[in-house]
Write a protein that binds this ligand. Structure first.
Ligand code: C5P
Length: 236
């Protein structure tokens, strides 16, 4: 699927950062047809989220499993093959060349697409130096983005402020998926640098991962619908 053929509704990925499967299921029911794509992360995965992923995929919802895989190649290949069996659409892996190659090897015609995590946004240059890296954040993000492209990875998950530069570096083919999005006027919570949905789409993002502005809203369905409309205006 080329980026331009993604519908505005499919561009919004709602992060189901909720403590239990029953709360997540209730949120999906409340959002109804307004939302077609959900992200399930580590918290919910370890609380029964994999069976919810399978259940929602069977109902025709698109699912992004944010599991950030990184292990020896044999384990990554086998774990990715298991995820592909769930019928989900996106999976994150860390952008180490060995890990990316190993995950890619498991796809074999599956519709599962891989997103590489370049550098966690909680890391700064000092954290990288302390972890033994010779590169600062900007250089390591660029280097790993290029390695992901060369490995044939489908896309990257990255902060909104990196989108414009990486879109220019990587060209139109790679899927760029970004969190850190806040509709104008909403609470930014613990996010530090945020963009509105329209700004992120105009910067070149394909999908926006948005959690609390939808899930904590007084009317989640209206909040999601407003975001989809804003996206629609930005892609037009
Ligand atoms: O609630 P909020 O919209 O801030 O949620 C953003 C989602 O994106 C959360 O699931 C969060 O873990 C994830 N995320 C992020 N920043 C990153 C990577 C992932 O906010 N750098």
């Amino acid at each position: 699927m080329s980026a331009s053929s993604i519908t505005p509704r499919d561009r919004l990925i709602v992060a189901l950062d909720l403590p239990s499967v029953s709360e997540a299921r209730a949120m999906v029911e409340a959002l109804g047809d307004t939302v077609s794509f959900y992200k399930i992360g580590l918290e919910l995965t370890y609380g029964g989220g994999l069976s919810l992923a399978r259940e929602l995929a069977a109902q025709g919802k698109k699912i992004f499993l944010d599991l950030k895989l990184h292990d020896i190649p044999n384990t990554v290949t086998r774990a990715t093959a298991q995820v592909a069996e769930l019928g989900v659409n996106l999976l994150t892996i860390h952008a180490y060349p060995q890990t990316m190659k190993a995950a890619q090897a498991a796809l074999k015609g599956s519709p599962l697409r891989l997103l590489a995590v370049t550098v966690m946004t909680s890391y700064d240059d000092t954290d990288l130096a302390n972890a033994g890296y010779a590169f600062g954040v900007k250089d390591l993000v660029r280097r790993r983005a290029e390695q992901a492209r060369q490995a044939g990875i489908d896309g990257l998950i990255l902060s909104a402020e990196e989108v414009q530069e990486l879109r220019a570096q990587l060209g139109p083919q790679m899927l760029l998926v970004t969190p850190g999005i806040r509709p104008a006027g909403s609470d930014i919570g613990d996010q530090k640098r945020v963009m509105t949905p329209a700004q992120a789409i105009k910067a070149g993002a394909d999908h926006l991962v948005i959690g609390r502005p939808v899930t904590q809203a007084a009317d989640p369905r209206a909040a999601a619908s407003g975001i989809v409309k804003e996206i629609e205006g930005a892609v037009a």
